[in-house]
Write a protein that binds this ligand. Structure first.
Ligand code: FES
Length: 569
């Protein structure tokens, strides 16, 4: 390799876990950023080792990146376990890469710091600003309704993603990188910086420097993450009207940290958290605007007492210290508490006989007249059935109907794809209908919108009540009461359950077999049951020793020493 012993002797060995790949357009710049991270590690007296791991590229991976989130988590954990690393930098951003990397690193519990990919620049087409995903769905509906031409659609395609970086609406990527910063696992302010901004490169280098100091002071995720830091992450997601996917991912991440986070906690915090981030799809602006308006630090500062500022972060300071004095520079993009975009209920967790273990809806991104609705079900038994019939003239559907998609959950789909924004039938689109009640056990992209009930648990594939719905059954939604109800008798429901036959499992070989045997349901985070950590008691605040400087630190605190393993570097 050409290293001299002085390059690595006595130095912390840092894994730079990189999800770069030529197929991941969101991480195009990671080839450059990894060099900047390594520069920082060298500068601080560490020894960097780049470790490529599986990329999860939203636009291309089939059937869904979600099927492989746990694969990335396992790969990360096993790499950190089997090689002689003292700490790690986690390079991710495109949707599932963030939770996948965090889950693996938390299970290993080495000093770890997350490097967010940063959002891409605003999209542009014929002078109009385009937002990732949201405008794809919007103009796709316009194309299907015959309102735009194929030529215009091609122009939209070429202008919507014009730089490196992750989706710049409040999709899952922006949601999870912001949540990770609020958890305390990212340098303060980093998650809001656009991918191509020169300050993104500077922060990459600072991240490399910081991880070396974290190793010397032995600052691990278990010293940082508490139930309160997860409350901070949830409040952040809600205040930005973030993706519903955050529920599945944060529950899974928390359970890797030994914290029993439930979906009910999201609902409790949603009732008291205002939406201050005026960001698409619920609002008007994009992440680039958010950065110029002050970014996440300004938003967190404005949230005031809703954020617990005593929580520790990777830079060795508390979250409160990190956001102190942060200013809002455009109070239309980041609203003040007195002028929220929406007063509360960015997300709502529903229960009822149709979803005994819960379901999720995003009230801030749906038409208000559907918040309380009753209508007859139009049922599709799987995605192929829906694709074949949804746009036919014979489909018996009106704007009051409730579209139901079965077999789109963690096992049945498989992998719980982002199919939850079920298409509105073409004949209704032509009548001007742009939202209607839709229900599935799928997830939905954070860039999507509409009255879509998601994450229905248990899923239909394992015999959840969603599997028992028939055409014409009346379904009731009442968001303010958090209720989702199938209006048939208990006896009828029991009879249908008794007659239900388990379908054939989708996989016969490979990773999919492990997935279908061990994946948990949406309300438990869709992790593998054998990877969850036992629940630990609430962590005390970070010990004073975490404030140690590099100079103060003893030289024998490497993870290998702590594990009583021979020092081989
Ligand atoms: Fe990577 Fe959207 S495609 S974040």
């Amino acid at each position: 390799m050409g290293y001299h012993a002085s390059d690595y002797m006595g130095k912390p060995v840092i894994a730079v876990v990189n999800t770069w790949s030529e197929i991941n357009s969101c991480h195009t710049h990671f080839k450059q950023r990894v060099e900047e991270v390594k520069r920082g590690i060298w500068q601080a007296g560490g020894f960097p080792v780049e470790m490529p791991v599986m990329t999860l590229a939203e636009p291309f991976q089939k059937p869904t990146t979600m099927l492989y989130r746990n694969f990335l988590a396992m790969e990360t954990e096993e790499l950190l376990k089997s090689y002689p690393f003292d700490g790690c930098v986690l390079m991710g951003g495109c949707d599932k890469t963030t939770p996948g990397l965090l889950m693996g690193a938390l299970s290993m519990n080495l000093p770890a710091i997350f490097l967010p990919a940063g959002p891409m620049l605003r999209g542009n087409w014929n002078g109009r600003t385009l937002g990732s995903g949201s405008d794809t769905w919007k103009y796709w509906a316009e194309l299907r309704a015959g309102k735009i031409t194929e030529e215009e659609w091609k122009g939209i395609e070429s202008g919507i993603a014009r730089s490196p970086g992750h989706c710049m609406t409040m999709g899952t990527a922006s949601t999870m990188t912001s949540a990770t910063e609020a958890l305390g696992l990212t340098l303060p302010g980093f998650s809001s910086i656009p991918a191509v901004d020169s300050r993104h490169a500077q922060f990459a280098s600072l991240t490399g420097q910081r991880i070396v100091e974290m190793v010397w002071t032995d600052l691990k995720p278990s010293d940082i993450l508490t139930a309160k830091s997860f409350d901070n992450a949830i409040t952040t997601v809600l205040s930005m009207s973030g993706s519903t996917n955050a529920i599945v991912h944060l529950v899974a991440v928390a359970r890797r940290a030994g914290i029993d986070l439930t979906t009910a906690r999201f609902d409790e915090l949603a009732r008291i958290t205002p939406v201050l981030g005026n960001l698409r799809p619920s609002g008007q602006y994009l992440m680039e605007d958010f950065f110029y308006a002050g970014g996440l630090r300004a938003l967190l500062a404005e949230l005031g007492e809703l954020i617990d500022g005593t929580q520790m972060t990777v830079n060795g300071s508390t979250l409160g210290a990190n956001i102190e004095g942060a200013e809002i520079f455009d109070d239309d993009v980041i609203r003040k508490r007195g002028n929220p975009l929406v007063a509360s209920d960015a997300l709502a967790v529903l229960t009822g006989n149709l979803a005994p273990d819960g379901a999720v809806i995003k009230p801030a991104a749906m038409e208000a007249h559907l918040l309380k609705h009753r209508g007859p079900a139009v049922v599709f038994r799987d995605y192929a059935d829906m694709a074949a019939r949804i746009d036919t003239e014979e489909l018996d559907v009106t704007a009051d109907s409730v579209i139901v998609l079965q077999h789109a959950g963690p096992i049945g789909a498989p992998g719980m794809p982002e199919w939850g924004q079920l298409p509105i039938p073409q004949k209704l689109l032509k009548q001007g209908v742009r939202d209607m009640l839709r229900i599935s056990d799928a997830r939905m992209s954070g860039t999507s919108y509409g009255a879509c009930v998601l994450h229905v648990a248990p899923e239909s594939f394992v015999g959840g009540p969603l599997a028992l719905v028939k055409d014409g059954d009346m379904i009731e939604l009442d968001v303010s009461a958090r209720r989702l109800h199938l209006d048939i008798s208990v006896l009828e429901l029991a009879a249908r359950k008794a007659a239900w036959m388990p379908p054939k499992r989708p996989f016969e070989r490979g990773f999919g077999v492990m997935h279908q045997l061990h994946v948990t349901q949406a309300n438990k985070g869709c992790d593998f049951d054998f990877l969850e950590e036992p629940v630990r008691p609430p962590a005390e605040s970070a010990p004073a020793s975490l404030q140690q400087t590099t100079q103060d630190a003893p030289q024998d605190t490497s993870q290998a020493a702590k594990r009583n393993e021979p020092e081989i570097h």
